[in-house]
Design a protein around this ligand. Structure first.
Ligand code: SF4
Length: 203
């Protein structure tokens, strides 16, 4: 499958997930706290290269891929390279945002609104402490939906769907910046001996 087809397949998967999350949010009222980027400040976020292929391709067609790869190679921070804190002391207030939000990965979309199975096969919502503490009623509604076996997006199901697009690129869980770098390297090496894709420049 060509890179363009893989990118489009990942984008379609994200589109379906975003619609499911929107419906889950409107049923429960769960939402991220305005301006909060605390979950992006974690130093142990893991992701797969495939979930960042749309981002890498976006940078490539906008002639930013080499520069972004170089930036990543020279950045020793374990914090996601896309995270922009409002203050330099990012651990102090957790206020900040993703500078390329439409191109964020699968983990970024699922966290807060997706469920994982525990060792007994029961679904548990994977969300942040702030949401649990500050949106008690919404959190309880979400737990009730899970207990009633209503449909909610499940992490493993979505990662399996990602593997159906490209097993190798979706089966490597790496620190987030390494996953982004590998996505960039994949796009750059694919086009090293192929013509530049003909498409409009995307903002
Ligand atoms: S890609 Fe964006 S949303 Fe995901 S961890 Fe990085 S900054 Fe956060």
């Amino acid at each position: 499958m060509s890179i363009v087809r893989k990118v489009r397949a990942v984008e379609r998967l994200f589109g379906r997930l975003d619609a499911e999350i929107q419906s889950f949010q409107s049923c429960t009222g769960l939402h991220c706290i305005s301006g909060c980027g605390k979950c992006c400040t974690k130093a142990d976020i893991e992701a797969t290269p495939l979930e960042f292929l749309p981002l890498a391709f976006h940078w490539f067609i906008n002639h930013q891929a080499e520069a972004m790869l170089e930036q990543l190679e020279n950045d020793p921070s374990p914090i996601c390279t896309l995270y922009a804190p409002l203050s330099s002391d990012l651990h102090l207030n957790g206020q900040g945002s993703c500078v390329n939000y439409p191109y964020r990965g699968l983990i970024c979309r699922l966290f807060g609104y997706g469920a994982s199975r525990d060792k007994f096969g029961e679904l548990k919502l994977v969300t942040c402490k702030l949401i649990k503490e500050q949106q008690v009623e919404s959190y309880e509604k979400a737990m009730a939906l899970l207990n009633q076996k209503e449909y909610v997006p499940v992490f493993t199901d979505y990662y399996k769907k990602l593997m159906q697009i490209d097993f190798k690129l979706a089966n490597q869980y790496l620190p987030v910046n390494e996953a982004i770098s590998l996505a960039l390297e994949t796009v750059l090496s694919y086009y090293a001996y192929r013509p530049f894709p003909r498409m409009r420049k995307v903002a």
